[in-house]
Design a protein around this ligand. Sequence first.
Ligand code: NAG
Ligand code: NAG
Length: 798
Amino acid sequence: MANSAIRSGVAFKTFAFLILVCTLDLFSGHIHYTIPEELELGAVVGNIAHDLGMNVPQLSARKLRLTSEAGGQYMKVNLDNGILSIRERIDREHVCGQTSVCTIPFEIILENPLALHRGEVEILDINDNSPTFRDSTIALQMSEAFAPGVRFRLDSAEDPDIGINTIAAYTIGSNEQFNLKTQRTEDGILIAELLLEKPLDRELQSSFRMTLTATDGGIPQRSGTAQILITVVDINDNPPVFDHEIYRGRIRENTLPGTLVMKVKAIDLDEGLNAELTYSFSKLSSARAHELFNLDPHTGEIRTAGELDFEEANSYSLDIQAVDHGLPAIIGHSKVLIAIIDANDNAPEIKLSSTTSNVPENAPPGTLITLINVIDRDSGENGRFRCEMPKNTPFRLRTSSKNYYEVITSGSLDRELVPEYEIPFVAWDLGSPSLSTNKTIQIVITDVNDNAPRFSETSYNVYVMENKAPGTSIFAVTATDPDLDQNSYVSYSFLENPIQDLPASNYLSINSLNGTIYALHSFDYENLKSFQIHVQARDAGVPPLSSSATLNVIILDQNDNPPVIISPSRQKGPAAMEILPQSVGQGYLITKIIAMDADSGQNARLSYHLQRSTDPSLFTLGQNSGELRTARPILESDTTSQTVVILVKDNGQPSLSSTLTIHITALENITERTTESSNFVANPEYFSDLNLYLIVIFGCTSVLFLVIIILLIGIKCKQDRKIIEEYNSPSCCYRVGDSRDTFHSRLAMEETLRYPGSGRVVSVPEAHRYSVCLSPESAKSDFLFLKPCAVPTSQANR
Ligand SMILES: *[C@@H]1O[C@H](CO)[C@@H](O)[C@H](O)[C@H]1NC(C)=O
Ligand SMILES: *[C@@H]1O[C@H](CO)[C@@H](O)[C@H](O)[C@H]1NC(C)=O
């Protein structure tokens, strides 16, 4: 119902329009209708009957028909009322295209009589088409480098309508960047151009989208739109920019190579290759930094490439750059500061001013020995340290200044006790874990001459056989000095103390280097029995130190003196004479043999033997007493003149001996004076009394004798000393080596002193013999008696 009402409404309007435009071309018998296109089906085009001047019943009678192809297709005639109406919708654009006048011709055929009428229907355009664009989107690419004023032709829209119904204008949505210019070409087509008003910046706006509207001039107006899509094409107009002006990073030293330190990033506002970046170190960065760090060219990661050492550098400054791939490329710069964090990787270093230090042993406490410098290359607690030295040494540590320590003495030193110290010195740092270094300080104690050479004994007894050849070594002393080198070089010498008034160096010499002592002379026990000498050992220090020892030189006796027969004395040549009365009985003491031996001990123990006798039965000789007695009374038959040879020998090894020949003559007229003495011998008691008596007499004579001897020898010695002083030649009194001759000559002198004239005292030789043979001790006094000049001197020496 509603639909049909609307349709009837439309039909009415169309009809009104038809009234206005339809005109019947009656002039040429040619029917001409004008209708707008797009009329509804059944819409009236014209009244054929009326226009042909016929009435309606005639139409059927004359069989009116509408011919022509197009006319028949689009229109039909109603024979009941003669109205020509629309049979099919007529689209002017379809029927006529763009031709400006569009007509559809038709023919009407009538029969009875046959008549043909021509006609045409002009189709008027109505604005039934909107402008359309071929593509709904117009894509444009513009370089951001384009300058304002550049125009871009836009695709035109199409509108099949003609005249004012076709496209009359283009518009775009308002925007600041672009403007639209239109112009009509010679063939009347309107074209539109996009005008760039302001410079483009892709980085500000990379694309634009706007609507292009094409409008026609019809009523009502129709329009069509298309989207303009403008893409701004990038040019490399932006540098890469790092997100930090300075990057600051920290990393511990000794981290493994390859550890990530940080990541840098640069941004390039451009796009594509222009924004594709490559990172690198710039040439401003140090070569060492290049070695230690790697910068990944793509990711911007900075990693360690080597071993970092805080002690080498505590920070690194790297200049980095980012290069885009545009043409030309643009470079962006930045800076990276990498701080190295210290780790306790350095033990303290100990530097000694010298590995070995010398200090004299007499250095007072507080003497500086060596200076130690301790350095820890770490920082903070890792670089602080403490030092230690063992306490049980005579050294201690003193802080001198920062990082310097002095080793000083704190006690007394003795090289002879400890010649060298090896002292460990340890330095610990305060890091955790703590690191330590230890070094040994070698301290050598240098020698000071503080020890005198020391002999093994304070005194030595040296036994020397007499008669040894001069130059033989008799002893060696050794003194040791615990000091070192020069301070321990010992030299030996004799301290000057005279022996028998002569300097010791006359008797002995000492090898100053090894203390071997040599005799310069052969000693004569009979002359010198012992003496003392002081040996000094002296070192070579400065000043030198010395000590001394006493050498008791004791001369040992050798059997070098044969017995000397003193009594009876030889009178005629080599033989002695004895006279005895012929009447004597058995046991008569003819004489007493007195012999002396200058040696001592066994060497001076004498024994007497009857070596030969003209009548061996007549005499006996006391082996110990030396008394020559008659063995039996002298008979008439015996010859008056007898000869005996007496041998006196000592008990030395080998023994020495002397012989004496005695001629004994027996006379008749001689009184028997000495008979009593034979009685004395027979009575021992009486003998001892007599002995005492004889000793007293002997003592008196001896003293007297001694005084005279001393006087005489004294005079002689004075003379001798003068000679020594003048010629430096040994005198009789001082000759040690060859004293035998002097001894003999002195004996001769003594004899003359003792026995002046021919008057002989028998008791004197008795006492002599007793004294000589009794014991070695008494021999000493005997010797003293015999050598009045030499012995007192040697005794004074002791
Ligand atoms: C010092 O070093 C030695 C060997 O290098 C070691 O035996 C000793 O224990 C160390 N002393 C200290 C206190 O570290
Ligand atoms: C001392 O030196 C001398 C000479 O060089 C040598 O003959 C002697 O044997 C040495 N004595 C000792 C005890 O070494």
